[in-house]
Design a protein around this ligand. Structure first.
Ligand code: IMP
Ligand code: MG
Length: 174
């Protein structure tokens, strides 16, 4: 099998600047709220690690794991939550951290699920957004990068579990 053709879409340097900007916005809104920063695995792991190192105030970290992509580039509209990661967020100020929002189905599902747990507030942050692909109505509170309708990998994001370790964001050519 040939290796896919990949082109840099966002450099590590641009990612750093984006994370710094988001960290400032989040600090302004959460610095006195002892929030739970809730990463959506697996894609958010690298973004989470960089983001929380720029948040210099008391907070807690937890994770959930949703899966909507069975494999490959095509989403299934079924979202599942992995068992075992079910954070207690009742009465807490929660910030969900996601890698990328595409159709919005995953994050809309997660938001509805988490709202049933009665957090004091629930905000959504995504490193990357593909608004042209939105199916589920979903407003992000913090958006890093708006990306075109292309499949992207790197900086936590995968194609069939590969490329999550790349420090830049690439798009995969068809
Ligand atoms: P959505 O439910 O269509 O919004 O898809 C959201 C999930 O699919 C994200 O949490 C990602 O994990 C994954 N995803 C969506 N677009 C991409 C992409 O371009 N590259 C890698 N993963 C993606
Ligand atoms: Mg994800």
């Amino acid at each position: 099998m040939n290796s896919p053709v990949m082109q840099v879409l966002v450099s590590g340097k641009e990612i750093d600047a984006t994370v710094n900007r988001l960290a400032k916005e989040i600090t302004r809104d959460f610095q006195d709220k002892n929030p739970v920063i809730l990463g959506a695995l697996k894609g958010s792991f690298m973004f989470m690690a960089d983001l929380v190192r720029q948040l210099h105030f008391p907070l807690e970290i937890d994770f959930v794991r949703c899966s909507s992509y069975e494999s490959g580039r095509h989403t299934t509209s079924k979202v599942k939550l992995a068992p075992g990661l079910d954070p207690d967020i009742r009465g807490r100020q929660v910030l969900v951290v996601e890698d990328i929002v595409d159709t919005g189905i995953t994050l809309a599902f997660l938001k509805a699920y988490l709202e049933k747990k009665k957090p004091a507030s629930l905000k959504l942050c995504a490193l990357a957004d593909k608004p042209s692909r939105r199916v589920a109505p979903l407003a992000l509170d913090y958006t890093g990068l708006t990306v075109p309708d292309k499949f992207v990998v790197g900086y936590g994001m995968d194609f069939n579990e590969k490329y999550r370790n790349l420090p830049d964001i690439y798009f995969l050519e068809d």
